[in-house]
Design a protein around this ligand. Structure first.
Ligand code: ZN
Ligand code: ZN
Ligand code: ZN
Length: 358
C-alpha cells in the first residue's frame, strides 16, 4: 500500500472555555480569546472542502504546531519565539500530536443545523449562528462507528467444540479398531485371473495456461487475455491504480491531510497454449485364467510408441458360500493359488481380505 495525498482540509477545535467551534488554523478562540490548550484535539468539520490556499498547505506540510513551554500558546511548527510571550521555542516546546486518523473524508454536503438559542437554521459549516451569534455545535448525526472487527467464527461454545472433538476421536478410534480386527476364514480358490495391459501413445496437442513469457518456444498459442500478475506499491506501465476511500489525518497544524491508500495492479498476458506431448491414445490388453501370463502383441502405427505396462492378478476365494477377491502383488505370489487349494483368509469387518496364509 502506498499513501497518496488527495489534498488538505481545515479542521476545527472546540473552545473548552466557551464551547465555540474554531477553525483549526485559529490558535486563539475567536469568541473568548482563550488559547487552544494542547489537550484539546482537532476534529473534522461537518463538511470538508479541499484548501486551495498554497500558503496554508505549505504551513501544514511543515508539521505539527508547538505549544510554548512558558505560556502554553500554540505556535506554528517553525516559530522560533512565542507569539504571545516571546519565549524561546527552540527547546522544550511541546509538539502537538499528529498522524491520528480522524475519519472518512467528508466531501458530501451535510444537513443544516438548528441554533440552540434562537432556532434559526444555519449551514452545517457555520460555527456561529447568523441570526443571534450563538456558538453552533455540529449536527447531532453520530459519526459512523469504526468498521467492526470480523467476529471470531465460532458459532458454538468452546466446551461443545471440545466435546464434539472427543466424540469424533472415539468414533475414529472405534473405526480403526474395527478395521484392524480380523476374522480367520477358511477359503478355497475358485478362480484366478491375470490381466496385462500396455498403453499405446501418440503425439497429441496438450493444453496449458501460463504467462506469455513463460510459454515454451515450440508452443502454439491459442488465445491470451490480460490478468493481474502482481500487486505492488509503485506505479508501473500497464498497471491499474486502485485506491481506497479517502480519509482525513490530523497533521497537528489545524489542517487535515486527506489521503488514500493505493496499490497498483500490474496486468500481463495470460495465454492458453498447446504443446505436442506423448499421450495415451489406446491400450492393448491380454488376460487369462491360467498361470502363464504374457504381454499382448502390439501393432504400432508409425507415429505411435509403447507406453506404460501394467500387470494385475486376481484370486477368487469361496468361503461359507461367499466370494472374496484377493489381488496378489507379484506373479510369484499369484502362482501359489492353485484352483481348489485351501487357505486361511484374514477378513476385516468391512469384508476385505487383508492377508492370506497357507
Ligand atoms: Zn472560547
Ligand atoms: Zn509563550
Ligand atoms: Zn441563533
Amino acid at each position: 500500500m502506498t499513501k497518496k495525498t488527495v489534498g488538505y482540509v481545515h479542521l476545527e477545535w472546540t473552545c473548552p472555555s466557551c464551547g465555540t467551534r474554531n477553525k483549526g488554523t485559529d490558535k486563539i478562540c475567536v469568541n473568548c480569546g482563550a488559547p487552544q490548550p494542547d489537550d484539546v484535539r482537532f476534529e473534522q468539520a461537518a463538511q470538508e472542502e479541499l484548501i486551495t490556499d498554497e500558503a496554508v498547505i505549505e504551513q501544514a506540510k511543515k508539521g505539527a504546531d508547538i505549544h510554548c513551554p512558558y505560556c502554553g500558546t500554540r505556535n506554528p511548527a517553525d516559530a522560533k519565539i512565542c507569539s504571545q510571550c516571546g519565549g524561546d521555542l527552540s527547546e522544550d516546546a511541546i509538539k502537538r500530536e499528529s498522524g491520528r486518523v480522524l475519519g472518512a473524508y467528508k466531501d458530501k454536503p451535510a444537513p443544516d443545523v438548528k441554533c440552540p438559542s434562537c432556532g434559526a437554521m444555519n449551514p452545517a459549516t457555520a460555527r456561529q449562528c447568523a441570526q443571534c451569534g450563538a456558538p453552533l455545535r455540529q449536527s447531532e448525526s453520530k459519526p459512523a462507528p469504526p468498521p467492526a472487527k470480523p467476529a471470531a467464527k465460532s458459532g458454538l461454545p468452546g466446551w461443545v467444540m471440545a466435546g464434539g472433538a472427543i466424540v469424533l476421536l472415539f468414533l475414529c478410534g472405534g473405526l480403526l479398531l474395527l478395521l484392524l480386527r480380523t476374522d480367520d476364514v477358511k477359503g478355497t480358490v475358485a478362480d484366478v485371473e491375470w490381466q496385462y495391459t500396455v498403453a499405446i501413445e501418440a503425439l497429441a496437442p496438450a493444453e496449458y495456461k501460463d504467462w506469455q513469457d513463460q510459454i515454451p518456444a515450440d508452443a502454439e498459442i491459442l488465445s491470451c487475455s490480460d490478468e493481474v500478475r502482481r500487486v505492488q506499491d509503485s506505479p508501473a506501465p500497464n498497471a491499474e491504480e486502485v485506491c481506497g476511500t479517502p480519509y482525513t489525518v490530523d497533521t497537528g497544524s489545524g489542517v487535515g491531510e486527506v489521503v488514500q491508500d493505493c496499490e497498483y495492479r500490474v496486468y500481463d498476458a495470460m495465454c492458453r497454449y498447446t504443446v505436442m506431448e506423448w499421450q495415451m491414445v489406446d491400450e492393448a490388453a491380454a488376460s487369462g485364467n491360467d498361470f502363464q501370463p504374457d504381454w499382448p502383441a502390439l501393432s504400432l502405427a508409425v507415429d505411435e510408441r509403447e507406453g506404460a505396462r501394467d500387470a494385475s492378478f486376481s484370486v477368487i476365494f469361496r468361503a461359507d458360500g461367499r466370494d472374496y477377491t484377493y489381488h496378489p502383488a507379484t506373479l510369484e505370489e499369484y502362482r501359489q493359488f492353485q484352483p481348489g487349494s485351501t487357505w486361511t483368509l484374514k477378513i476385516n469387518k468391512l469384508g476385505t481380505i487383508v492377508g492370506v496364509e497357507p
